[in-house]
Design a protein around this ligand. Structure first.
Ligand code: PRT
Ligand code: ZN
Length: 286
């Protein structure tokens, strides 16, 4: 009916800030005054719905929202029919099994016949099924980590980030059963006009992500080693090389992936590169 793409975002909580930051970095302007349940972007055909994260997969599966940003853990647990369009790289965490610190642990087989409290009964029962373990899963909606100390269950399965919550409740993490991060999910039957808007948004998100994962690098290279220096700096196509006023030297400009960054710097130094400058990239169109 209208040509607005509707995105469901967590109203408040761990995902809210990074989700909105990503949309802003895509150049989309909007007003998200506190308490608002709905908002419309002023310079892009995007409408926001602010919801509890648990409701987001359902809204997207029903097509009430066209897309949404949610933890992959929630998306998988809800078992709603949605597509995972893009992994977003923030809100990284893991779903893990944990037991009281003092208990010995040999392996997943130890969970045979054991009671486990969790807010993720579906992911956990799939894990146990895969391992041919029959355990007693207690679904509880919050404060899972206190279950063993109050005698509700022998073990827990919960989201872990730094591990300090487990530690302060006298528990130890023994198995990681699922690795999660924020994902963009999509209604599987999006109308072509909405799909077109989504592709524009994805194009921008990719440019933002590529920018974050790369650095612009400038350095002075002795011409004698130029070939070797160029070989360690692949760049987007190939590096730019400009002569310096001082003979025998060139200025080399390129783009380096963050993962390889320190290794590349080390090699460049060893090849005689000097005056290395590293600059963040705001957006990168490949
Ligand atoms: O109100 P609403 O229902 O929308 O939010 P919520 O309270 O259900 O979710 P919220 O905002 O807490 O988390 C949203 C999503 O963030 C989760 O679904 C995960 O995908 C992701 N995420 C990332 C986390 C954590 N890190 C995290 N540390 N979600 C929860 N935690 C909790 C965890 O449950 C445990 O209690 O933090 C504790 C563990 O943290 P550490 O650092 O002590 O290990
Ligand atoms: Zn929730």
């Amino acid at each position: 009916m209208n040509n607005l793409l509707r995105i469901a975002i967590q109203k408040s909580g761990r995902l809210n800030e990074d989700s909105l930051k990503l949309i802003k970095e895509c150049g989309v302007k909007f007003n998200n005054g506190t308490g608002k349940l709905k908002s419309t972007a002023t310079n892009f055909p995007l409408e926001f719905l602010f919801l509890r994260d648990d409701d987001i997969p359902g809204y997207v599966a029903d097509g009430v929202a066209d897309i949404g940003i949610v933890g992959e853990n929630v998306s998988v647990e809800k078992e709603k029919h949605v597509l995972i369009t893009k992994r977003l790289g923030f809100s990284k965490c893991r779903l893990s099994l944990a037991i009281p610190k003092a208990k010995a642990y040999q392996g997943p087989g130890d969970f045979q016949g054991v009671s486990v409290a969790t807010s993720y009964p579906k992911i956990l029962s799939n894990y146990f099924k895969e391992k041919n373990i029959v355990a007693d899963i207690h679904e509880i909606s919050g404060s899972v980590e206190i279950a063993p100390s109050i005698g509700l269950a022998d073990a827990i399965c919960d989201i872990v980030s730094s591990g300090s919550t487990l530690l302060s409740n006298g528990l130890k993490e023994v198995e990681v059963i699922f690795n999660s991060e924020a994902v963009l999910i999509e209604y599987p039957d999006l109308a072509p006009a909405k799909q077109e808007i989504l592709q524009q948004l994805l194009f921008r998100m990719k440019a933002v992500q590529a920018g974050k994962n790369n650095r612009y690098i400038l350095l002075n290279a002795p011409n004698d080693n130029l070939d070797k220096i160029v070989a360690v700096l692949p760049g987007m196509k190939s590096p730019t090389i400009l002569p310096l006023a001082m003979s025998g030297w060139s200025s080399v400009h390129s783009v380096v992936n963050e993962d390889a960054f320190w290794e590349v710097i080390e090699q460049l130094k060893n090849l005689g590169a000097q005056g290395i400058l590293v600059v963040p990239i705001e957006k990168m169109i490949l």
